[in-house]
Design a protein around this ligand. Structure first.
Ligand code: KDO
Length: 330
C-alpha cells in the first residue's frame, strides 16, 4: 500500500510539474568537463550522445568545470556524485600510474592510432582495473588534437627551435604529475593551473604560455592574449568518455548497447569535427596576427623520449605495452 501511495504522490508531482510521469523515470546522466559548450567534444556529446539515449536517459552536461573542478571528476563518479566525464589519461594516471603511457609525449601518432590502441586487447587490463577499482567504465576514446606550445612572447623576443630554447619559460600545464613531467620534458618550467584560469593568467602575464591543440587555442580565445605557436605536436591528446559503472549495471543489456553505440558515434563525430578544425585554424590564427612555425621536431622528440626513459613513469608501464602501441602505429 505504501508503494501505491508513493507512486500516486510521484504522479501528482509529475503532473504538477507539467511533465509526463514517464519522464520522471528516466535516469539523469550528469556530465562535467572543464571544456566549454562550444568545444567539439561537448558538441558531439550534446548532439549525438544525448539524443541517442533520450528514450531512457536525460543527458545533463555541465561545462567550464561549473559542477566539478578539473581533475576531480573521476572521484565524483566513483562516489556517485556524477555519472559521466571526459577524462584524460593523465587524470587516470593519478589513480593508476600505468596510464601515463597514454599521456607520454610522442607516443600516439594520430587520431586513428588512438582508436586502434583503445580498441586493441592491450587496453583490456587497463579498462578492467578502472572498472573494478574505481567503478568507472571507459566507453570510448575522444580526440582532443595535437598539443603545441603557445606563448605570449613574439617570435622576435623568443624563437623556439629546440627544447633548450624553452629554458626558464613559465609554461602552464594542467595540474597532475604526468602533465608537469611532460612540460619539463619539453624543456620548459611547468606550472600547474586549472584550465579555466589560463586565459587570465596569460592576460596578466603570470605565465609565459600554455600548451593545447589549435581548436582549444581558438575556442578558449588564448590567441587574444598570446603571440606565437610553436608546432611541437608533443602530444596527440585524447580523452576517454568515462561512465559510472553503477549506472551501467542498472541498465538493461539493450540500453547498455545504446549507450555504448552512442558514445562511439559521439567520439567519431567529435573526432572528425576536431580534425577539420585543426586543418582550418592555422590560417585563422595567422590572420589574428600569431606567428606559427615548426621547430626542430627531431630535437623535441628525442629530448622528450630521453626524459621518459628510466623515469618513474616508465617504470609503471606494463611490460611490452609500449611495443604494442608502437606496432599499431603507421
Ligand atoms: C587543459 O587543461 O589544458 C586540457 O586541454 C586538458 C585536457 O585533458 C582536457 O581536460 C581539456 O583541458 C578540457 O576539456 C578543456 O578543453
Amino acid at each position: 500500500a505504501r508503494r501505491t501511495l508513493l507512486a500516486a504522490a510521484a504522479a501528482v508531482v509529475a503532473l504538477s510539474a507539467g511533465m509526463p510521469a514517464e519522464a520522471q523515470d528516466k535516469i539523469t546522466l550528469r556530465m562535467s568537463t572543464p571544456a566549454s559548450e562550444t568545444d567539439q567534444r561537448s558538441i558531439a556529446l550534446a548532439e549525438v550522445f544525448g539524443p541517442a539515449v533520450a528514450d531512457f536517459a536525460v543527458y545533463e552536461p555541465h561545462y567550464n568545470a561549473s559542477l566539478v573542478a578539473q581533475g576531480s571528476e573521476l572521484e565524483s563518479i566513483a562516489s556517485g556524485d556524477l555519472e559521466m566525464s571526459i577524462a584524460s589519461a593523465q587524470e587516470l594516471a593519478t589513480f593508476f600510474p600505468e596510464f601515463s603511457i597514454f599521456a607520454t609525449g610522442y607516443v600516439h601518432q594520430d587520431a586513428a592510432h588512438q582508436v586502434r590502441v583503445f580498441n586493441d586487447p592491450l587496453m583490456d587490463p587497463f579498462k578492467k582495473k578502472v572498472e573494478d577499482e574505481l567503478g568507472v567504465k571507459l566507453l570510448s576514446v575522444m580526440y582532443l588534437g595535437r598539443r603545441h606550445v603557445n606563448l605570449r612572447q613574439t617570435k622576435d623576443e623568443l624563437t623556439v627551435m629546440k627544447p633548450e630554447d624553452l629554458a626558464g619559460v613559465n609554461l602552464r600545464m594542467p595540474g597532475t604529475d604526468a602533465w608537469q613531467f611532460l612540460g619539463k620534458a619539453l624543456g620548459a618550467n611547468p606550472t600547474p593551473m586549472a584550465f579555466t584560469e589560463v586565459y587570465t593568467a596569460l592576460q596578466t602575464a603570470s605565465v609565459d604560455g600554455q600548451d593545447n591543440p589549435l581548436p582549444t587555442v581558438v575556442d578558449a580565445k588564448f590567441y587574444e592574449v598570446t603571440n606565437q605557436i610553436i608546432l611541437t605536436s608533443h602530444l596527440v591528446d585524447l580523452n576517454y568518455i568515462a561512465f559510472s559503472k553503477e549506472v551501467w549495471d542498472s541498465l538493461t543489456p539493450e540500453q547498455q548497447k545504446t549507450v555504448q553505440d552512442a558514445a562511439d558515434a559521439a567520439a567519431e563525430a567529435g573526432r572528425q569535427a576536431q580534425l577539420k578544425k585543426e586543418d582550418e585554424l592555422v590560417a585563422f590564427l595567422k590572420e589574428q596576427g600569431l606567428e606559427i612555425y615548426e621547430p626542430d621536431l627531431e630535437a623535441f622528440r628525442t629530448h622528450v623520449q630521453n626524459e621518459y626513459v628510466g623515469s618513474k613513469f616508465a617504470e609503471a608501464w606494463p611490460e611490452g605495452v609500449l611495443e604494442k602501441i608502437n606496432a599499431l602505429g603507421n
